[in-house]
Write a protein that binds this ligand. Sequence first.
Ligand code: SF4
Length: 351
Amino acid sequence: MEIPGDQTYHSEDMGGPQKRAIALMSGGLDSALAAAWTKRLGFEVVGLNLATGFCTGQGRCDAVLAQGLALGIPVRLLEVSAEYLEVVKHPKYGRGQGMNPCLDCRIFMLQKAKEVMEEEGASFVVTGEVLGQRPMSQHREALELVAQESGLGERLVRPLSGRLLGPTFPERMGWVKREDWLDIQGRSRQRQLALARELGIPQFTPPGGGCCLLLERAYSKRLRDLIREKGVDALTKDDFALLRYGRHFRLGPKVRVVVGRDETENAALLSFPGDHHVLEFPDVPGPVALVLGEPSAEELREAAELAARYSDAPKDTPVRVLVRRNEDIREIQVIPWDKDDPRLARLRIDR
Ligand code: SF4
């Protein structure tokens, strides 16, 4: 039988059976369970976490490392954000409800895992995918597609649903029996939660909780808007990074305003690289705002009035705004827009 992706990994080529697996670990429950279950079956497991730049949880790397520590699984962290941008820009298999290119994303991650598998002298790759759990990427055809397209074929193992899926390389080698895999399917997490308690898996992000910026409605709206302005090929790493922060408004075809929502975002906007106007409020607590593009004097004033709405400046009272672009610093006074001003809703990109 021809096994896709099997040309280079015959066990005899590796000097004997390699009972080592690479487990893709996201910091979530399912991937930790899959890694732990594989280890329980007697395999040596190396965890792999890929930093794509689109992860929402700052603590997810910590969660992966904590899981690895608790399970006795060493974890490799791999930075792949530059390559991943191409996946986001040009997905071959389309997007979900947001800008999430889930099938292409899975294929990319598994290709990376395959490279690590080769480096580590491992025999197969393990994921926490569950048959029927996610509509776009975890139905049977999608699972088969990513196995083929990643080049892993039978070397891609989903232990949580393995009994319900096709035969795997470890089975063919006689290392495990079909019944050793689990038969979890669907969206309920009850069995996974029970198994997590049994296997002592700590600190996973809440089941069903978001983990990916590309799934988020607001982020997706900002990204769609920016693609309309610049075209997808022109988007840079910084363009994507800036979409993470603040409230976004469009003042003109080439002019955007980003207004920080809290101190963390204000600090991020202040240090954001690039040739843009920065607005600050020296006399009252208020946001930092960036004006992107080449605004006219009128648009710059409008941006300052808009940003002032989110400051503590009293209603109908002029407030001082520092306007900085590189070394050039000016000062203007504006009356803040009222919080119910209809222009706010009309200009907002991400509502
Ligand atoms: S939700 Fe995001 S990280 Fe998960 S498969 Fe889809 S694009 Fe990739």
